[in-house]
Design a protein around this ligand. Sequence first.
Ligand code: ADP
Ligand code: MG
Length: 699
Amino acid sequence: MNQNLLQTPIEYLKGVGPNRAETLKKELDIRTYRDLINFFPNRYLDKTGFYKIKDLQQNSSEVQVIGKIVHLKAIEQKRGQRLVADFIDETGKMELVWFRGHKWIRENIQLNTPYVIFGKSNFFNGTFSMPHPELEKLEDYKKSLRPAMQPIYPSTELLQKKGITNRVIMKLMQEVLQQTGLNFSESLNAELIGNLKLITKSEALFNIHFPKNQELLAKAQFRLKFEELFFIQLQLLRKNILHKQKIKGFNFDKIGENFNTFYKQHLPFELTGAQKNVIKEIRADLGSGAQMNRLLQGDVGSGKTIVALMSMFIALDNGFQACLMAPTEILSVQHYNGIIELCNNLKTSVYILTGSTKTSRRREIHQKLENGQIDILIGTHALLEDKVKFKNLGLAIIDEQHRFGVAQRAKLWNKNTTPPHVLVMTATPIPRTLAMSLYGDLDISVIDELPPGRKPIKTVHRFDSNRLKVFRFIKEEIEKGRQIYIVYPLIQESEKMDYKDLMDGYESIARAFPENQISIVHGQMKPADKDYEMDRFVCGETQIMVATTVIEVGVNVPNASVMIIESAERFGLSQLHQLRGRVGRGAEQSFCILMTSHKLSNDSKTRLETMTSTNDGFEIAEVDLKLRGPGDLMGTQQSGVLTLKIADIVKDNSILQTARNYANKILKEDPNLSMEKNTAIKQAYSRLVKNKTIWNYIS
Ligand code: ADP
Ligand code: MG
């Protein structure tokens, strides 16, 4: 196939012209013949078969029926009339209904003449009816040429306004397929095509637009989805390989005093098997000579902090510094306190730097950092400031990755001429397949085991009307010596209203629990005040913590055993799961109570049901992904990253796996795609990379 022909600007296609070309560019990003051919329908009207009236189903979609109109009458209704036709075939009777265009129907319809009708049928009062059907005389129907299954293309308001209707797109598509002659060059190798029994590229492209039947459509979809996912995986895996070849990292081949002393003398508990494995993986990376770029996934409470610390010890043992960055002040402080405690009796020098660090202290830290007097620096985004210069940063750990943008990750990278090793830790488990697609350039470790002795958290859903019972329960728990979180939503757009809800809630709780001390923490407080309130709760001075979601991430108070989430219907699943993870950290039975009003959307119901039925973060992530779609899951920063042309990361999961396996296999054998049999793949791949058709990956 002549590649140049496919590069022809779209305005040269018959039926397009400069105006339409402009609209196609603007609305659909269609610039060339190739772009048009790669603009796929999102559904099809199946006109391959005919229904008998007696076989119509109540919930069927569009159907096609042959029959005759035997009677036509106007029925008065509130506003104007509707025109109703009795339509029969040899098996039964149905109604055709028009609310507009009566004149045309009356003048053109021929009674008792065979027609083919097409449309969506409704079932009402024991009769099937079809509003505004497509109508064509059987005689004409037989003569005309048409696709058996009509493609329906995604559209926009502007396209409609400019008259670029579905019919127009179909016409253009026919034109472009005719001109390009339907002999597209192959883009996969013979082995793949044979093993997966794929149809040819040309067949696939033709049938995705004008399927001859359902079976060919399914084959076309499979081939194109596979191809899309295959080339993405190929790109990710190649990037990973190149990265390992090219980007030299510090070689931490020593395991020395810091690590060993800690491991032998100060380890506060036996590591879980999963923790040991992950530390092994990290050790191997750090000693490989290539820069580590690893994602550590572990559910809330799975014990990532100690893994982080032990990894940092390896850096120190090799004469380097390490840093640990967290998204919030509270979390940084907590990491700092936890790590100070673990490093008690060790010579390690640990500092913290956040937005609220005083200027004089800040200066001291800057200096000590450059002198190498600081081993480990913990902090917030403040670590990213240009003034913060390390003597020799060897390992950067980022906790709670999804809060940090990609640019920030890059900034840490650039702190040295040789990039430090990077470990990204996340407690928002994302399904492995999605992780592979999003972070294909990172290696992935998973802590899939909780420390022993944890009791699963009991989660229930209660309506606001049962608040008194919930209060009684809280009282009992406090009497047993436990502490309680009560969390209110905080959504940026309605910050004022949320603030009011929080304050109202605080007051009603203060009234209901006059004997107890209550902490309150929200985003509008000064960091020092936040810390003060937080500390009171941590040391047990207060029994109840009323807060917005600022406490979402990482806060660790083992004695807190009840998490009450107010307006739980307003939270996303991963957030609910994160919040719940604040309890269940001690030896006591913990509870999570999801409070909602009676008004619940279907999605809210699914979220609540999921939360009450499982504690497994990965399972929850799967449901979340299904509810929200992958773009959303990653937050706005990365949304749109996963807008694929035809495949769907969630629904086409197994195709994704297959694509990844094959991409892996091919690259293992032929990393540069230079073997003869892979020529087609190499050509297609280079073109995709050159045209940036494969989207540019983060990082
Ligand atoms: P997360 O993965 O959510 O960051 P943390 O590192 O904060 O989890 O650990 C949660 C709690 O579990 C902490 O109190 C920690 O001391 C404890 N912990 C971690 N690992 C173990 C283990 N192997 N055995 C017992 N307790 C552990
Ligand atoms: Mg943590």
